[in-house]
Design a protein around this ligand. Structure first.
Ligand SMILES: Nc1nc2c(ncn2[C@@H]2O[C@H](COP(=O)(O)OP(=O)(O)OP(=O)(O)O)[C@@H](O)[C@H]2O)c(=O)[nH]1
Ligand SMILES: [Zn+2]
Length: 211
C-alpha cells in the first residue's frame, strides 16, 4: 500500500523540520563563539552581541541539519508503482550549502532527472533529497554525486542525471575574489551515460526556457 504514504508524510522519520533545537548542542557551540568573538577583537558583552553566540549556534545547527536526515527514507516514503518510462526532470531547485574548507556558503541551482523503471517518486522528495545533502559541510562535487547515488540506489531508475551550478562565497568575498564565476558539476548513471541522445535531451530541457 505504497500510496498510503502520501497521507502521513509529515510523520515519516526520513526528514525533520527544524522547529526545535538541541539545547545542549546549542549551549556547547555558543560557548566557543563567545570566545571567538573576543579573539576577533570584539566585546562579547556589548548589548548587540550578547545573544550572538547562541544565534550563531542555532544558525549552524540549521545549516547542517542534513546530518540528521536519511535521504533514502525520504524517497522510500513516496515511491509509487507506475508504468511511465519517460524522463522526469525537476529543474531550478535552489541549493544552499556550506563549503567544508572555509565554512562559507555556496548556493545556486540543481537540475535533476531520472528515467523511471517501474516506480516514480513524489516530486517534492527530490528537492528534499537535495536539501538533506546540501545542509551539511560539502564540496560541490560530492554533493552532486551523493544526490545521484541516493536516487539511483533507492529508486533503481534506468538512469539519473544531476547538474548543479553554484557560486561560492569563498571565491567571491575572500580569496581569489572572483565575483561572477559559477561552478558547474554533473553526475550521471545508466541511460544518461550510455545514450548520448538522452543526455542531450536532459541538457536541452534544463537550459530551455519553458515557462
Ligand atoms: N573542488 C572544490 N573546491 C572547493 C569547493 N569549495 C571551495 N573549494 C576550494 O577549496 C580550496 C581550498 O584550498 P586551500 O589552498 O587549502 O585554501 P585557501 O588557501 O583558503 O585557498 P584560496 O581560496 O585559493 O585562498 C580552494 O581552492 C577553494 O576554492 C568545492 O565545492 N569544490
Ligand atoms: Zn570555501
Amino acid at each position: 500500500m505504497e500510496n498510503d504514504k502520501y497521507n502521513h508524510e509529515e510523520e515519516t522519520v526520513g526528514y525533520q523540520k527544524i522547529d526545535r533545537y538541541d539545547d545542549e548542542k546549542i549551549a556547547s557551540v555558543a560557548v566557543h563563539y563567545k570566545d571567538i568573538l573576543g579573539k576577533l577583537g570584539e566585546n562579547p558583552e556589548r548589548e548587540g552581541l550578547l545573544k550572538t553566540p547562541e544565534r550563531v549556534a542555532k544558525a549552524l545547527q540549521y545549516l547542517t541539519h542534513g546530518y540528521d536526515i536519511q535521504p533514502q527514507e525520504i524517497l522510500r516514503s513516496a515511491m509509487f508503482k507506475e508504468d511511465y518510462s519517460q524522463m522526469v526532470v525537476v529543474k531550478d531547485i535552489e541549493v544552499y550549502s556550506m563549503c567544508e574548507h572555509h565554512m562559507l556558503p555556496f548556493f545556486g541551482k540543481a537540475h535533476i532527472a531520472y528515467i523511471p523503471n517501474g516506480h516514480i517518486v513524489g516530486l517534492s522528495k527530490i528537492p528534499r533529497v537535495v536539501d538533506a545533502f546540501a545542509r551539511r559541510l560539502q564540496v560541490q562535487e560530492r554533493l552532486t554525486n551523493e544526490i545521484r547515488d541516493c536516487i539511483q540506489e533507492t529508486l533503481h531508475p534506468a538512469g539519473v542525471a544531476v547538474v548543479i551550478e553554484c557560486k561560492h562565497l569563498c571565491m567571491s568575498m575572500r580569496g581569489v575574489q572572483k565575483q561572477n564565476s559559477v561552478t558547474t558539476t554533473s553526475a550521471f548513471t545508466g541511460e544518461f551515460i550510455s545514450n548520448d541522445k538522452t543526455r542531450a535531451e536532459f541538457l536541452r530541457l534544463i537550459t530551455a526556457d519553458l515557462h
